[in-house]
Write a protein that binds this ligand. Structure first.
Ligand code: TXE
Length: 465
C-alpha cells in the first residue's frame, strides 16, 4: 500500500506566517521548507486525536499489538532511509543514526509485545471482589527535542499507543523530518487516521497550546529544564499528567583502581557522542587524584583520535552542532584551563571542536548543561569526595562508575542521586529498562514496562458479592 500524505498540520499559522527552512547542520543548506502550524492547527490536531480515541481504545489488544508490530517492521524496512533523514537533519553520523533507528524499531516491538502484559489485578477484600483496570488517558501530547528526534518519539509513541491513547506528536522545529516520515509509516502500518498526528510548529506556540489544552490528558516532554518548568506550570491549570525528561550534568567517576586504558578509551564517547548534545552526556569527568595525570594523558589521546567530519561518511564519529545559535552558546562556556581542543572541518557547517577543560565543580562549565562537545575534568580525593562532587548538582540523570572493585561500584551506585547509572560502561538506554531522572532532571520513567504506568490510569472497581 502506498503511503498516504502524513497528517501534517502544516497550514500556515496565524502567528508564524513565514515558512521556515529545515537545514542540514553539516552543510547549512536548506533540505526543505515547511509551513509552521499555529494555535488553530494545534486545536485541529487535538480534535482529530480526540475523534479517533474511542475507536482506538476499543481495538482488541491482539490487533493493537499487531499494528504496532507492523509499524516496527516498517521502521526496520525503511531503516536506511530513516537513518539518512535523521543524519541530514540533525547532522549526526550515519552509523549512529542507523543504531538509533534500530533502537526505535526495538522500542516499537517491545511495546507491541507489552500490550497484553500490562494489566490490572484482583485484590482480596471483604464482602466482594476488587478489581483494578489499566485505562488509557485519552489524547496525549508528545513533545520531542532535536537531539534524538526519531528515537525519543518512539520512546513516547510506543507506550502511548500500546495503552490505547491517541497522540499529537510535536517534534522540535529544527528536526521535524523523521517524525513526518514516521507518520506516513504509521498509516502504512494500518493504524487508523487520527491516532497519530504530527504537529510542526514553534514550541512556545503549538507546544504551549498542547500543554494548556483542556482535551489533552497528558504531556510527555523531553527538553530543557527551563521549558520543563513552564510545562509543569502550564499543565497545572487542567491538572494534566506530565512526564518530564530534562537536562543533565552527569558524572563519569573514574577511580584509580579502574582499568584506566578502558575507561579513557570509552570516556570520549560518553560525552562527545551526538556532539555532546545528549542529556546523558557524562560531561563532568571526575578522576581520583592519584590517577589524574595518567588518565588525562590517555583521555587527550583518545579524544584526539575521534573522527570528526562528514556525517554521511561511515567512518565519522562526530558531526556538527545543531545550529549557529547553539554553537555560540556552547562556545560561551569555554574559558579557563583548556587541556585539549580538537580540529574541525573547514567550510560550512556548525562545527565545534572536542574540548577538554580542567575545572572545579563550582565553575559554570561544571554547573550548567553545555549540550556540546565540552567536558570538564575534575579531580577528587577519595570515594566520599567523589560521591559528594557527583551529587553536587541540581541534575540527576545518568552517570558512570569505573572501578575494578565490585563492592565499591555498588556502594557508589547506591549513593549517587541519579536515575540511570552504568558500571564500567557508558550505556544509558535500552528499550527494556527504565530511563529517567532524579532531581531537576525530571520525573516519570520512559522505556521498559515502567513507561506504561505513565500512559495509563489505574481504576479500582469493587463488586459486592
Ligand atoms: O530545548 P527546548 P532546545 C537542553 C540543552 C539545550 C537546551 C535548549 O541544554 O541546549 O535544552 O534546547 C518544545 N511549551 N536540552 O531549545 O526549548 C520545543 O519546540 C511547550 C536537553 O531544543 O526545551 C521542542 O519540541 N513546548 C534535552 C521541545 O520543547 C515547548 C534535549 C524541547 O525544546 C515550549 C534538548 C513551550 N513553551 C535540549 N518551548 C534532553 N534532556 O535531552 C519549547 N518547546
Amino acid at each position: 500500500m502506498s503511503a498516504r500524505p502524513p497528517r501534517v498540520v502544516g497550514r500556515r499559522g496565524e502567528i508564524a506566517r513565514v515558512p521556515f527552512s529545515v537545514v542540514n547542520p553539516a552543510t547549512e543548506q536548506t533540505i526543505v521548507e515547511l509551513d509552521e502550524a499555529g494555535v488553530d492547527e494545534a486545536d485541529q490536531a487535538v480534535a482529530r486525536a480526540r475523534a479517533a480515541y474511542p475507536a482506538w481504545r476499543a481495538v482488541a489488544p491482539n490487533d493493537r499489538a499487531r499494528l504496532l508490530r507492523r509499524l516496527a517492521a516498517l521502521v526496520e524496512e525503511h531503516g536506511e532511509e530513516l537513518a539518512r533523514i535523521e543524519s541530514q537533519n540533525v547532522g549526526k553520523p550515519i552509523v549512529g543514526a542507523r543504531a538509533e533507528v534500530g533502537m526505535a524499531a526495538d522500542v516499537l516491538h517491545f511495546y507491541a509485545g507489552a500490550v497484553d502484559k500490562h494489566h490490572g489485578e484482583t485484590i482480596p477484600v471483604g464482602g466482594g471482589v476488587d478489581l483494578t483496570f489499566r485505562e488509557p488517558l485519552g489524547v496525549v501530547g508528545l513533545i520531542v527535542p532535536w537531539n534524538f528526534p526519531l528515537n525519543i518519539s518512539s520512546w513516547k509513541l510506543g507506550p502511548a499507543l500500546a495503552c490505547g491513547n491517541t497522540v499529537v506528536l510535536k517534534p522540535a522545529e529544527l528536526t521535524p523530518l523523521s517524525a513526518l516520515r514516521l507518520a506516513e509509516l504509521v498509516l502504512e502500518a494500518g493504524i487508523p487516521e487520527g491516532v497519530v498526528n504530527v504537529l510542526v510548529g514553534p514550541g512556545r506556540v503549538v507546544g504551549q497550546r498542547l500543554v494548556e489544552h483542556p482535551d489533552v490528558a497528558k504531556i510527555g516532554f523531553t527538553g530543557s529544564t527551563e521549558v520543563g518548568r513552564g510545562v509543569m506550570r502550564g499543565a497545572a491549570g487542567t491538572i494534566k499528567r506530565v512526564t518530564l525528561e530534562l537536562g543533565g550534568k552527569s558524572a563519569n567517576v573514574v577511580f584509580a583502581d579502574a582499568d584506566l586504558e578502558r575507561a579513557a578509551a570509552a570516556a570520549p564517547y560518553a560525552v562527545f557522542d551526538n556532539a555532546g548534545q545528549d542529556c546523558c552526556a557524562r560531561s563532568r569527568i571526575l578522576v581520583e587524584r592519584s590517577a589524574y595525570d595518567r588518565f588525562a594523558e590517555l583521555l587527550v589521546t583518545a579524544t584526539g583520535a575521534l573522527a570528526v567530519g562528514d556525517p554521511a561518511d561511515d567512518a565519522t564519529e562526530m558531526g556538527p552542532l545543531i545550529s549557529a545559535d547553539h554553537r555560540e552558546r556552547v562556545a560561551s562556556f569555554v574559558d579557563g584551563d583548556v587541556l585539549f581542543r580538537g580540529d574541525v572541518p573547514e567550510g560550512p557547517g556548525y562545527w565545534y571542536p572536542c574540548t577538554l577543560v580542567e575545572a572545579t565543580n563550582d565553575d559554570r562549565i561544571a554547573r550548567e548543561e553545555v549540550f556540546g562537545p565540552v567536558a570538564a575534568l575534575i579531580p577528587f580525593t577519595d570515594e566520599e569526595d567523589a560521591v559528594r562532587i557527583a551529587n553536587d548538582t541540581p541534575y540527576g540523570l545518568s552517570g558512570s562508575i569505573w572501578t575494578e572493585n565490585g563492592a565499591r561500584a555498588l556502594r557508589v551506585a547506591r549513593a549517587l542521586e541519579s536515575g540511570v547509572l552504568s558500571v564500567n560502561s557508558n550505556s544509558s538506554v535500552r528499550h527494556s529498562t527504565p530511563f529517567g531522572g532524579f532531581k531537576q532532571s525530571g520525573f516519570g520513567r520512559e522505556l521498559g514496562l515502567n513507561a506504561l504506568d505513565g500512559y495509563s490510569e489505574v481504576k479500582n472497581v469493587f463488586v459486592a458479592t
